[in-house]
Design a protein around this ligand. Structure first.
Ligand SMILES: CC(C)(COP(=O)(O)OP(=O)(O)OC[C@H]1O[C@@H](n2cnc3c(N)ncnc32)[C@H](O)[C@@H]1OP(=O)(O)O)[C@@H](O)C(=O)NCCC(=O)NCCS
Length: 250
């Protein structure tokens, strides 16, 4: 997959905003026109009462038009280390995708579509591959992230498809299997793969390119394997000899 020519990120952002307005405006106008035909001679106070409804219709029509344009504007990015040079198509494309998807999150906001289940649909529209009932708190670079069915990333966690190291940027996919639990405030960096049923303790950091086997328990900064999940779903945290063992249940 080739990156093509480096995009003009600012022009794209303005293009999406103006394009969304151009799409939303006639739809809202048509709505007002239909109301006006259906109920001719509406007194002023009725129009005033309708204002919040018209505002909501206008806002969400605009938001969905913007999300659609954002989706259509996403560009391919190859995994790898790059100098932070926007004229490199992979870096330029990553910047474009990151700017567009963060604009999408900003427009949609936290409520009402920020609710966990609904947020997954928005994440899908802006490029994330979210399984059934997968819930995430904050996915940076949605086009680079996939989460399997039933996986949960707790509040305050960040799953990122990029990491800036000084003057270089590493861009990589994050693959999270099914029924994975990522504890609150954990940071997952690019190139990470997490196997089905794994558990990452709250407040952990998973360094880039870490491969986490299925049904293992990881903890800490940087995270290390500290245990496993047994057949019954019990979390077994292993201790060094003489320190005893601790177990819990998901
Ligand atoms: C890792 C985790 C699954 C372990 O749960 P558990 O099996 O019930 O284990 P315990 O709470 O008994 O803790 C076992 C040991 O690990 C330690 N521990 C637990 N979580 C820890 C964490 N996030 N970081 C560091 N140490 C941790 C405990 O202090 C305890 O140590 P000790 O044996 O020296 O006393 C749980 O602590 C956790 O982080 N869950 C994530 C919950 C979450 O954020 N969900 C997101 C949706 S809100």
């Amino acid at each position: 997959m080739k990156g093509g020519k480096a995009p003009n990120v600012t022009a794209w952002l303005y293009g999406v905003l103006i394009g969304s307005g151009l799409i939303a405006f006639p739809i809202v106008l048509a709505f007002c026109y239909v109301v006006h035909l259906a109920v001719p001679g509406l007194p002023f106070y009725v129009w005033a009462a309708l204002t919040p409804l018209i505002y909501l219709i206008a806002k969400w029509t605009f938001n969905f038009a913007a999300l659609g344009l954002i989706r259509a504007s996403l560009r391919p990015v190859n995994e790898g280390y790059y100098d932070m040079d926007p004229s490199n198509p992979n870096v330029g494309n990553w910047m474009l995708n990151a700017s567009l998807t963060s604009m999408g999150r900003y427009l949609v906001g936290f409520l009402p579509l920020g609710q966990p289940g609904l947020a997954s649909h928005v994440l899908r529209i802006i490029g994330a591959r979210m399984g059934r009932n997968a819930i995430a708190s904050s996915i940076i670079d949605p086009p680079l992230v996939e989460m399997g069915d039933g996986s949960v990333a707790g509040g305050g966690s960040i799953i990122s498809g990029h990491a800036l190291d000084g003057k270089k940027i590493y861009v990589g996919r994050v693959k999270i299997g099914r029924n994975v639990l990522i504890g609150g405030n954990t940071i997952v960096l690019p190139g990470v793969e997490i196997g089905d049923g794994a558990v990452i303790a709250a407040m952990s950091l998973i360094p880039k390119k870490t491969k986490i086997p299925p049904r293992t328990v990881w903890m800490g900064i940087p995270a290390r394997q500290v245990g496993y999940v047994d057949e019954e779903g019990n979390i077994i945290i292993e201790r060094k000899e003489g320190e005893g063992g601790v177990s819990g249940h998901i």
